[in-house]
Design a protein around this ligand. Structure first.
Ligand code: HAM
Length: 411
């Protein structure tokens, strides 16, 4: 019979991988909670329209990468990202009435029908933060600080922070017009994607990875427009203040005028954090401000900013974490007594196991040495004296203790 295999672009996260995943999840809770963020869990599928309106119907995500299906004549989509879902929940649950800022964090699987390669999957996991209600650049700085501190807590370094400002819809319009003007003579040489971007969303031209297009955009007259300071005074002030805060906080960054991000909801600040130890898919974190999204999805006008990180990419950078061993493995031939002692330890918060197969003493000890920190020997002698022999499996030291003192010894 043919074996059914895991789907292309998806992976099992196996028990051996878990110490790293638990570490990433625990650190997320610990770090984001310190900043006052609360965890939120939204559904994995949402109305397709949420992403079409939220992420933007000119983006690759919405055009090419969504897992969309029909049920009861409704079009549903597996979430390709979580900002749109969190915004929907923010609106639906009246969170604008809470005192600002409302800080939310999340973790969970996302789905994009992309060409799988190292660091790029069709089902992947993100951990992210969304902060609502603050328009000042202090929020931008704090959000970037949350991201960098989380990465620091994971022990990751050799990372680069890149920032850019996309301006507001007004100043961006002028930039788009100028960009189109200067690129127009090369229109027929652009790749089909760029020809479509030229019409629908010229800013995304800067994101193209096709070498021929990159060559065109490197031309001096085009670079002059790209590198120009097109943003209006208000947007420039916002960006300058953010840079000042980052300097005060000691966060090293560089400005990348080509950083436009692949989602439509951004305005003003956008940022990415890349690792110098990953291949071509080197972005571990992407984020930015999205001041119009809450309103565009039917909510009150609420400024917002956030980021998300790819957990598979983070996991590949974290040095291996040791599998957490069981604290106690009970060794004995009296099953009833072994079960009783194991359950007593578990009830008192100690991870404990006993040999379910009633193997010979030596075999049980072998199993204990592989999986536990302590072997608790409950032989005939011990049972007669109401004692347990506790063997430290790392040092081989051994002591006999009265059963009633076992918790104190293990703790
Ligand atoms: P994004 O840049 O599309 O932004 O994704 C954020 C991160 O998710 C990426 O930097 C990458 O680490 C990871 N990622 C994305 N696609 C894949 C994939 N196919 N396989 C593995 N990892 C992947 C967003 O999703 C925005 N919602 C971020 C945001 C939150 N902006 C504001 N708030």
């Amino acid at each position: 019979m043919t074996i059914i295999k895991v789907q292309k672009g998806t992976k099992d996260i196996l028990p051996a991988d878990m110490p790293i995943w638990h570490f990433m999840e625990e650190k997320a809770k610990e770090v984001f909670t310190k900043y006052g963020a609360k965890e939120i869990r939204t559904p994995i599928f949402e109305a397709t329209e949420l992403f079409a309106r939220g992420v933007g119907d000119t983006t690759d995500i919405v055009n090419k990468e969504m897992y969309t299906f029909e049920k009861s004549e409704r079009s549903l989509t597996l979430r390709p990202e979580n900002t749109a879902g969190v915004v929907r929940s923010f609106i639906e649950n009246g969170m604008h009435r809470l005192s600002a800022p409302v800080k939310l964090w999340y973790k969970g699987p996302m789905f994009r029908y992309e060409r799988p390669q190292a660091g790029r999957q069709r089902q992947f996991h993100q951990v992210g933060v969304e902060v609502f209600g603050i328009s000042q650049p202090t929020a931008d700085a704090e959000v970037i600080l949350m991201a960098t501190n989380y990465l620091k807590a994971l022990g990751l370094n050799d990372l680069s922070v890149e920032i850019n400002s996309l301006g507001c819809p007004k100043c961006r319009e002028t930039f788009k017009t100028k960009l189109k003007e200067v690129i127009k003579p090369y229109y027929s040489e652009l790749c089909p994607d760029c020809q479509s971007r030229y019409e629908k969303n010229p800013l995304r031209l800067l994101d193209c990875k096709v070498p021929e297009c990159k060559e065109i955009f490197a031309k001096s007259e085009i670079q002059e427009v790209i590198q120009s300071d097109f943003i209006c005074e208000d947007c420039a002030n916002h960006f300058n203040e953010l840079k000042d805060y980052l300097n005060i906080l000691g966060i090293k960054y560089s400005i990348n005028k080509l950083l436009v991000r692949g989602l439509d909801y951004y305005n003003r600040t956008v940022f990415e954090i890349t690792s110098n130890n990953l291949g071509s898919q080197n972005a571990v974190c992407g984020g930015g401000r999205y001041d119009s999204l809450v309103k565009n999805l039917g909510g009150e006008d609420t400024p917002a900013i956030g980021f998300a990180m790819g957990m598979e990419r983070l996991a590949s950078l974290i040095s291996s974490k040791e599998d957490i061993k069981t604290t106690a493995f009970i060794i004995g031939n009296n099953m009833a007594e072994s079960i009783k002692l194991t359950e007593y330890l578990r009830d008192n918060g100690i991870t404990a196991e006993f040999d379910l197969t009633n193997k010979k003493f030596v075999k049980q000890l072998e199993k204990a040495s592989k999986t536990a920190k302590y072997a608790l020997i409950l032989g005939e002698d011990e049972l007669a004296k109401n004692e347990v022999t506790v063997k430290n499996l790392e040092t081989s030291e051994q002591v006999s203790v009265k059963k009633e003192n076992i918790l104190a010894v293990l703790n």
